[in-house]
Design a protein around this ligand. Structure first.
Ligand code: GDP
Length: 526
């Protein structure tokens, strides 16, 4: 059963190590898609500013224009949804969650720096879910690594087979453009940072005489030699392998100069997957099913003090989402309807009447949603794929203003539900411990507690650096373990017990001492 509405949707994220060119590429896609008119229109959401106030200023801007979280536009008859991910490593969990809501990704690699730390981490998350990946090697206008060496590096460090679908002509100051292996034509571009440049020449064969006008003899013969080698080494693209996440097509270009972007986008809309199926705890849900289902993967606080509600981002997995229709909130066991669901077409938010699998709608929320919540038409479902990972820094919350205890509790609850960091409750005394990946998260929490909730908190560093979710087939043994290790046990947001440890050694010792207990590095262990 083919539903054209589903087939035309391509929902993906552009990911990269900070500074490789994710924002620039996003902007160029919007430019090609006609969603914006000039470069510079996409807000940079980069949080590499060192001070918290700078960071909060950016967050504030983002909070007000939440549209930048999802950018939808039409291109070649397809509906493209780009989901934005934060660049800063302290917000990696936010990125991982967003990756649970896409059907594929484009991974940007800087040709000068090659594969970087975040590139590897992001790739490992893609691999967990077999997400199809296209690689864009950016900044070819700079003197970077040799194309063949770079492919070797990507292949070995990211542990994925590659297949170049375009090939650069020269590099750095000799960079002339790209040859599209996929479409068999050559496009030479003039560097232009502001608008879409028109191709100087399009040919269908490297033997075309006109080429000599544009390419020096030497470049042309090098290109021919290299293409022969590419074909010999990498062969033709195997689309099935790409869709299974086993093979990544590679494109070369320069985002800032519009080099190679159109090839990338055109091929992307051709081969990238439309929404297919999603795993729920109970069963696999097909996109083509008649009944609606979807899950919340992100909650964004509205930092405008006049609008204290939040926006929950819902990814639609099956059926049709409709405005003002009652849907079933499976965790709360309640029916709710949405009178102002938001759509994010052309970088603007507007009220949406209906939406389809692959689409993301923004729902105004006054505290009903937690990340991971599922909505259906009545079936009890819980979508999988949004695990919590072990934080690396743990700090106990100390209340600095006893008159504002309620505000503090509420703030901590809401901020951790938004996924800013993880909250663990420890006994005795209901002590609250925040677990995070980076210090910036604590600064953001402190700042937001004060400015949005009027509460003052201080964080006291604890010695833990690992958390493991614990289960056992024998409930008695688990109970005994939890009692014995009480000072190391916290309860996560869903009430599951978590064992907090100072280091890997301590976990290994405990595992040895308690063979009946199972230890899990992520919260999703079923
Ligand atoms: P992000 O952190 O991955 O979003 O990276 P940005 O898109 O903000 O780009 C980081 C820097 O690299 C910016 O200064 C861009 O202008 C620059 N940049 C992006 N693409 C290119 C390119 O193709 N060539 C060159 N030389 N610089 C680029």
């Amino acid at each position: 059963m083919v539903n054209p509405e589903i087939e035309k949707r391509k929902t993906f994220a552009i990911i990269s190590h900070p500074d490789a060119g994710k924002t620039t590429l996003t902007e160029k896609f919007l430019l090609f898609g006609g969603a914006i008119n000039t470069a510079g229109a996409v807000k940079r959401n980069k949080a590499n500013q060192s001070s918290t106030s700078d960071f909060m200023e950016i967050e504030k801007q983002r909070g007000i224009s939440v549209a930048t979280s999802v950018m939808g536009f039409e291109y070649n008859g397809k509906r493209i949804n780009i989901l934005d991910t934060p660049g800063h490593k302290d917000f990696a969990e936010d990125t991982y969650r967003t990756l649970s809501a896409v059907d594929s990704v484009i991974l940007v690699v800087d040709c000068v720096k090659g594969v970087e730390e975040q590139t590897e981490k992001l790739m490992s998350v893609c691999r967990m879910r077999n997400t199809p990946v296209i690689i864009f090697v950016n900044k070819m206008d700079r003197e970077g690594k040799d194309a063949f060496d770079l492919l070797d590096e990507i292949e070995s460090k990211l542990n994925i087979s590659l297949c170049p679908l375009s090939w650069p002509i020269g590099q750095g100051h000799t960079f002339k453009g790209v040859y599209s292996i996929y479409n068999n034509h050559l496009n030479l571009f003039e560097p232009d940072k502001k608008k879409i440049s028109t191709p100087v020449i399009e040919v269908n064969s490297l033997d075309d005489e006109n080429l000599a006008q544009f390419l020096p003899e030497k470049s042309l013969s090098t290109l021919k030699e290299e293409l022969e080698l590419v074909e010999g080494v990498y062969g033709a693209v195997d689309k099935e392998m790409y869709l299974e996440g086993l093979l990544a097509p590679v494109f070369f270009g320069s985002a800032i100069n519009n080099f190679g972007i159109k090839e990338l986008l055109d091929t992307f809309v051709n081969i990238a997957p439309s929404p297919k199926s999603r795993e729920a705890e109970e069963r696999t849900v097909l996109a083509t099913e008649k009944n609606f289902s979807g899950f919340v993967f992100k909650i964004h606080a509205n930092l405008d003090p006049n609008h204290r509600d939040r926006i929950a981002f819902l990814r639609i997995c099956s059926g049709k989402f409709e405005r003002n229709k009652f849907f079933y909130h499976t965790r709360n066991n309640k029916k709710i309807k949405f009178s102002n669901p938001m759509d994010f077409m052309a970088n603007e938010k507007s009220i949406v009447e209906e939406a389809w699998p692959g689409d993301v709608v923004g729902l105004y929320d006054s505290g009903t949603f937690k990340i991971g919540d599922t909505l259906t038409e009545g079936e009890k479902l819980q979508f999988k794929g949004i695990p919590s990972f072990s934080p690396e820094i743990f700090k106990e919350v100390e209340n600095r203003d006893p008159l504002k205890t309620k505000q503090l509790e509420k703030g901590l609850q809401q901020l951790t539900e938004e996924g800013v960091a993880q909250l663990f409750v420890m006994q005795p005394g209901n002590r609250k411990v925040i677990g995070a990946v980076g210090d910036l998260q604590f600064e953001v929490i402190a700042f937001r507690l004060e400015h949005e909730y009027g509460a003052k908190a201080h964080f006291r560093m604890l010695s833990y650096t690992r958390s493991n979710w614990v289960t056992s087939k024998d409930p008695k043994k688990l109970e005994e373990f939890l009692k014995r290790k009480q000072q190391h046990i916290g309860e996560d947001k869903d009430g599951n017990p978590v064992y907090l440890a100072d280091n890997e050694f301590m976990i290994n010792m405990t595992m040895r001492d308690y063979p009946d207990i199972e230890f899990h590095k992520t919260s999703e262990f079923k």
